[in-house]
Design a protein around this ligand. Structure first.
Ligand code: SF4
Length: 271
């Protein structure tokens, strides 16, 4: 039976799609974004890590395994437990990571099971995958949360480790297929929020996209930078390249929201 590497399953999430959801975090990501909140997701292998606990003033170290191989049945058993909450809140299941498209066969089996069980499915993705994979899985996906980071390819390679070519092509393809897509723009000070990058994102969304979809159907989420994952970088001995950036408040993104709204897009701040 097909198994997938999962590093977390979180219940009652409210930021990973509509309603109350259960989010399944896939381990492994082909990108290496400087600001990533889940650095423990990057490797495609289970990893042992030391966790420090503080009990009554005494510190204890605990070995913890990050990532476990799970069968489709095991994941589905977890997902079915909360179906009453999904139906009452118009919620469902979100596959996130890491990058869920990196384990396409396992993901496809899960998506088919979700369809068979009438569970709304969302994929939170960087969009970095062969188009063949996207073609296979999209009929079973109700909603894509799709990251759009940097339009300049050299910058994209510098800050994420990969080219944006495939990502942009796949986004156009999904929109052309009439899929529900929310475009998520991580607003990283001095990196993704430069005047040039914002202008190029608007141009991209206005030109290739508007031939396929009206601006008012295109939803955008602006995600303010925050350094919540700082401790994870220390724990996993990974260099946190954006550690000196200041966190952004939601209020600070209002001008940017208005800028996108002026183009006719539906915009919200936060996920
Ligand atoms: S694509 Fe997402 S999970 Fe992968 S490195 Fe970037 S922020 Fe992290």
């Amino acid at each position: 039976m097909n198994k997938g590497l999962i590093f977390d399953i979180r219940r009652f999430t409210v930021h990973d799609g509509p309603g109350i959801r259960t989010t399944v975090f896939f381990k492994g990501c082909p990108l290496n974004c400087w600001w990533c909140h889940n650095p423990e997701s990057h490797s495609c292998h289970p990893e042992e890590s030391l966790k420090t606990l503080n009990l009554d003033g005494k510190k204890f170290s605990l070995k913890e395994m990050i990532g476990q191989w799970m069968s489709v049945d095991a994941v589905m058993n977890e997902l079915r437990m909360d179906r009453i909450f999904y139906s009452e809140s118009s919620g469902g299941v979100t596959f996130s990571g890491g990058e869920p498209l990196m384990q396409p066969e396992f993901l496809l089996e899960l998506l088919k099971e979700c369809k068979a069980n009438s569970l709304h499915s969302t994929i939170d993705t960087s969009g970095y995958a062969d188009q063949e994979i996207i073609e296979k899985i999209h009929p079973y996906v109700d909603l894509f949360l799709y990251d759009l980071k940097l339009m300049d390819d050299t910058d994209h390679i510098r800050y994420t480790g990969v080219s944006n070519k495939t990502i942009l092509e796949n986004l156009i393809y999904l929109i052309s297929e009439g899929k529900q897509v929310v475009i998520r723009i991580p607003v990283i000070p001095g990196i993704t929020d430069t005047a040039q990058n914002i202008r190029e994102i608007k141009e991209f969304l206005s030109n290739p996209m508007k031939e396929r979809i009206s601006a008012s159907q295109l939803k955008i989420s602006l995600l303010p930078y925050h350094s919540i994952a700082k401790n994870k970088y220390t724990r996993f001995h990974i260099d946190y390249k954006t550690k000196n950036l200041k966190d952004l408040t939601k209020e600070s993104l209002i001008p940017l929201k208005k800028e996108f709204e002026a183009e006719g897009f539906l915009v919200k701040i936060g996920s």
